[in-house]
Design a protein around this ligand. Structure first.
Ligand code: GLN
Length: 532
């Protein structure tokens, strides 16, 4: 079933193999027909993650990057939409030489071709492929079929892991293995025998159950790996190792560990568990759980980035959700921000909640609350400054008010055609761009100076026509994209920490290397907490 942690299982397994000295990468396959995740609302699908090379993809790619501490390229994200689109485009170009184009073999060949290209691109010795959805449903049937054929072609190089749930019904108090037996039968019905079963449950599997599952599912007990509920996702690799998952995979592949498990991950996890003193961070958002996904899914990378930086500072992150629309209904409520050690206004789109976010930013600016604005958060900080400090009445972004007298945030020139022509999918400013930091800025200090590279996802931009006017009122332009002279970072000198970034630093934060700007924010937050 969905939501039992396939993504974390893949990411953790990859981490273990990397720690044993192998080159590893991961692929996510999503069965939906969207070409990428960029056209879905975060409340439908969760956060849209962006790779360095500009693919808008599923949040699992973010999990892979965080666990592996390495970049995952766009080739490693596949949707059914992409697969069909390329086959149909090829058919339109007569590339099939007059043949009848069918799911079998053409779609299957496309899937396999994409997996092979991904493995080459990543130069991986182990490629972990996560097939989204549930075994037995129609949505992912073609991907399972492609996987079966790959096993047929390379039996000793392709292995299958099933992540399955073992419920303990409250009225019985006993763990049930039947759903897993059925899942395995479903897999066998499509010609796939799992080599390893990851047993998700609230507790580890006991010996008798492992033996029972072994007999019914045709998997040796040693290949049934307990995956009990745990406090943090970052505990999972070490938990898998209790059942020797890494060694089992290596043995099956005829390989030995190249070196011992690296201690870096363990010490990060130890630091995480020993952090007790809290640091309170408020996130002012609007994607409050209306669909299948909750708020924490919508802002996943932001939350993780806060955690990584807090653990580095030896603090326990205490994150609270603040609904921007509440501040619009009752503006006196922004005063609650006083209670926080730091406030983040993350990315977003459209007009809902915008005035509430602007009110929150104003409060942070005027009351010295450490503030980090991410993408839309930076654009709205610019608007707030223009309105309330530079006295540009009615200043706005053209995203919300097309006829504003002061478009301090406006469309990038090349985006006008996209917006008017309705070519919205995959057409934002996406992926990594360089940014030159201004000497003596808070950002230069945090990064250690120089030129940085950060990931983007936006259609609107700081309007350079207002740059001098806002700077004259004290706004510091702390980072600029040198190729196109685009403003990437704004700051407020004299404030304990007030930074807005046009890019999304959260996408590059990892537990083993927390992001410098989040580290800077948390440092300022700790200083504020201590003063109280
Ligand atoms: N809506 C804004 C834009 O398109 C900000 C996007 C974002 O926050 N990711 O530019």
């Amino acid at each position: 079933m969905s939501g039992i942690g396939k993504g974390i299982t893949v990411a953790s397994t990859a981490r273990i193999l990397k720690d044993y000295g192998f080159r590893v990468s991961c692929v996510k396959i999503d069965p939906y027909l969207n070409v990428d995740a960029g056209t879905m609302n975060p409340t439908e699908h969760g956060e849209v993650f962006v790779t360095h090379d500009g693919m808008e993809c599923d949040q699992d790619i973010g999990n892979y990057e965080r666990f592996l501490d390495q970049d995952i390229p766009r080739t490693n994200y596949m949707t059914q939409g992409q697969v069909y689109l390329s086959v149909i485009q090829r058919e339109r170009a007569l590339a099939y030489g007059g043949k009848c184009v069918e799911p079998y073999p053409h779609i299957l060949e496309e899937v396999q071709g994409r997996l092979e290209r991904a493995a080459q691109e990543s130069d991986a010795e182990f490629m972990l492929v996560e097939i989204g959805g549930t075994v037995g449903e129609h949505q992912n049937a073609l991907f399972l079929e492609a996987a079966r054929l790959m096993k047929l072609q390379a039996p000793d190089r392709v292995f299958f892991m099933l992540v399955s749930y073992f419920p303990i019904p409250a009225m019985l108090g006993e763990m049930k293995t039947k759903p897993t037996q059925n899942a395995v039968r479903q897999m066998q019905a499509v010609g796939i025998q799992p080599d390893i079963i990851i047993a998700r449950s609230s507790v580890p599997l006991d010996r008798p159950r492992k033996e029972k599952v072994s007999v019914f599912c045709n998997v040796t007990p040693a290949d049934i790996i307990s995956a009990p509920d745990i406090k943090s996702i970052y505990d999972v690799p070490m938990n898998f190792e209790k059942d020797h998952l890494g060694r089992r995979i290596l043995e099956k592949s005829g390989l030995r560990p190249r070196h011992h498990l690296s201690p870096a991950w363990r010490s990060m996890v130890r630091r995480m568990h020993s952090a007790h003193l809290p640091v309170r961070v408020g996130i002012v958002g609007k994607y409050f759980g209306t669909g299948d996904f909750t708020l924490s899914d919508s802002y996943l990378s932001v939350i993780e980035a806060v955690k990584h930086a807090a653990w580095k500072a030896g603090r326990r992150p205490q994150i609270e959700w603040l609904n921007a629309q509440q501040y619009e209904k009752d503006s006196s409520r922004v005063r609650e921000l006083q209670r926080f050690d730091a406030v983040i206004v993350p990315g977003g789109f459209g007009s809902r909640g915008v005035e509430g976010k602007i009110a929150a930013i104003q409060f942070c600016r005027e009351h010295g609350v450490p503030f980090l604005g991410l993408c839309y958060g930076m654009q709205l900080a610019t608007i707030e400054f223009a309105r309330n400090v530079a006295r540009l009445k009615g200043a706005h972004t053209t995203e919300v008010d097309r006829r504003t007298k002061h478009p301090v945030v406006s469309t990038m020139t090349e985006q006008v055609a996209n917006i008017q022509g309705g070519t919205m999918g995959g057409s934002m400013r996406l992926g990594a761009y360089t940014c030159k930091l201004a000497a003596d800025s808070v950002s230069a200090h945090a990064y250690g100076g120089g030129t940085i590279s950060e990931r983007h996802r936006h259609r609107y931009e700081f309007n350079n026509g207002y740059r001098d006017r806002l700077a004259a009122h004290g706004l510091r332009i702390a980072g600029v994209n040198p190729e196109r002279d685009l403003v990437e970072i704004i700051e407020l000198p004299g404030h304990p920490f007030f930074v807005g970034t046009q890019f999304h630093p959260e996408l590059q934060s990892r537990p083993l290397s927390p992001h410098p700007l989040f580290v800077g924010l948390i440092r300022a937050a700790c200083a504020r907490a201590e003063k109280r």
